[in-house]
Design a protein around this ligand. Structure first.
Ligand code: 13P
Length: 245
């Protein structure tokens, strides 16, 4: 595990103002000196309001910036309040998170997610494609069926999968402190890799500096998508350090 290329993606969700950017100094300083940095890809996904200033701030670091969602249209249009991938790219985004369960909950369908993935790839950005089952679905032992459907519909007719990272985020694990058992995670991640053909698969859901020592033992995981703990630089750095310890 210690010499594996891993992604550490910070999803700030609807948190953070301009003053939050100061906290990145700690992370850039740490990363400059970190001995294993060549194995580490850090991506910050702040709210859109911070994208431009954050990408400027991180310009000289090897840390990338991404957005948390986008409109499905590739081109400009009369869509009040929406922003398309090309516009996000123009302010420094290199990645876009698509299909997060918090957006699926608000009505985002697999079909819409598929359109967003297409537009993002057309804009030459990379996709962080989120999938995951709810607690109810897990209890009914439907996890694989749900993931299979989300993958099939979300990636429908998409040939170029090399710019897609899949983030497995069980809905019951997000913000709850609950994480899947390592054996279950190992099995689910290999199922996702098989079904999605060759994509990199990250895990997300309550990742923190306490459970990372356990989670890092799941050897087919290619990184972590981190919510709450990513807003605190010290905790975020701790997660990276411990992964390579
Ligand atoms: P938490 O790490 O806060 O559980 O959030 C996970 C998540 O939703 C990342 O996209």
């Amino acid at each position: 595990m210690t010499n594996k290329y891993m992604y550490f993606i910070a999803n700030w969700k609807m948190f953070g103002g301009l003053n939050s950017l100061n906290s990145l100094n700690t992370v850039t300083k740490f990363f400059e000196k970190f001995k294993k940095s060549k194995f580490v890809k850090i991506i910050y996904c702040p709210p859109n309001t911070l994208l431009e200033s954050m990408s400027k701030k991180l310009k000289k670091s090897r840390i990338d910036v991404g957005a948390q969602n986008c409109h499905e249209q590739e081109n400009y249009g009369a869509f009040t309040g929406s922003i398309n991938p090309m516009m996000l790219k123009s302010v420094g985004a290199k990645y876009i998170i698509i299909g997060h369960s918090e957006n699926r909950k608000m009505g985002e369908t697999d079909n819409l997610i598929n359109q967003k993935i297409n537009s993002t790839l057309k804009a030459k950005l990379k996709v962080i494609f989120c999938i995951g089952e709810t607690l109810k679905q897990k209890r009914k032992k439907m996890t694989k069926k749900i993931l299979d459907t989300q993958i099939k519909l979300g990636l429908k007719k998409i040939k170029n999968k090399k710019d897609i990272l899949i983030a497995y985020e069980p809905v019951w694990s997000i913000g709850t402190g609950l994480v899947p058992k390592n054996n279950d995670l190992l099995e689910t991640v290999s199922f996702i890799k098989k079904k999605s053909k060759n994509s990199k698969v990250l895990y997300g859901g309550s990742v923190n500096s306490n459970n990372i020592n356990e989670l890092k033992l799941v050897n087919n995981i290619d990184g972590f998508l981190i919510g709450g703990a990513s807003q605190n630089s010290k905790k975020f750095i701790d997660i990276i350090k411990k992964t390579y310890n």
